[in-house]
Design a binder for this molecule. Structure first.
Ligand SMILES: Cc1ncc(COP(=O)(O)O)c(C=O)c1O
Length: 243
């Protein structure tokens, strides 16, 4: 049986008694259920089966190598939030086209690392960040693939401290400014705009905010297409909550 349960008074994970793991590994230790992670991964993956899609596991949730490797084996890609998480992804066997680099606090050296590796996309949080990525890429005579993180001003209706998609939150480019900024970014020689990204919060237990965010991005993608900017993907988050 997958997950954690008690058998004859002993706590068990994926059929392995925890006291046996404690005896061989020592305590304290962390134990995760691979079977449960796999079941959850497959449930979400299958829900999108009718659409071309890629799943990106947010390493910030748990960057343990064993977990990262397990998910890679299931077909997952990753969302890395720091240079350290990019390193973890590489150590776990992910290749740069499977890595999306996100985050509000990217340093110059982390951006350089992502440009040098040629990650799938750098999700840019602001026009200033686009400028910095452009300069780094042009210095290297390359083009960096970027997605614009859009702040769609949508309430994820989870806990206010983990909400990221309202205009009062620090994350992303205000949806009303995206078209202008994308037009200017498209003229920069070091950038290739390949995606639009939104992440409205974590621990989301109501699908409606995610649906509305997706709709907003589709509308924006159409406007950008009218401007000659053709993107190849929408990057939608955040994660569904645990009840
Ligand atoms: C860009 C991005 N990706 C992923 C996450 C992780 O979100 P979740 O735990 O909802 O999957 C966050 C959380 O703030 C985020 O901002």
């Amino acid at each position: 049986m997958p997950g954690f349960y008690r058998a004859a008074g002993i706590l068990v994970c994926d059929d392995v008694p925890l006291d046996r793991i404690a005896a061989t590994e020592g305590t304290p230790l962390y134990v995760y259920s691979a079977a449960t992670i796999e079941a959850r991964y497959r449930a979400v993956d299958e829900a999108f089966a009718a659409h071309p899609h890629a799943m990106h596991y947010a390493l910030k949730a748990n960057s343990t190598l064993a977990v990262a490797r397990l998910l890679r084996g299931l077909g997952s890609n990753v969302d890395a939030n720091s240079g350290g998480e990019i390193d973890v992804a590489l150590r776990a066997g992910y290749i740069p086209p499977q890595i999306v680099f996100t985050g509000v606090g990217k340093t110059q050296s982390e951006l350089a690392q992502a440009v040098d590796l040629g990650v799938k996309t750098i999700n840019a949080e602001s026009e200033g960040e686009l400028e910095r990525i452009d300069a780094l890429a042009r210095n290297r005579q390359t083009r960096a693939r970027v997605a614009l993180r859009v702040n769609p001003d949508i309430d994820a209706r989870s806990h206010p401290h983990i909400s990221t998609g309202l205009k009062t939150n620090k994350f992303g480019i205000a949806i009303t400014d995206v078209r202008q900024i994308a037009r200017r970014a498209a003229l920069r020689g070091g950038l290739e705009i390949v995606g639009l990204h939104s992440h409205v919060g974590s621990q989301i237990t109501d699908l409606e905010p995610l649906r509305r965010a997706a709709e907003s991005l589709v509308g924006l993608a159409r406007e950008l297409r009218d401007d000659g900017i053709v993107i190849d993907h929408l990057d939608l988050g955040g994660g569904l909550g645990i009840s």
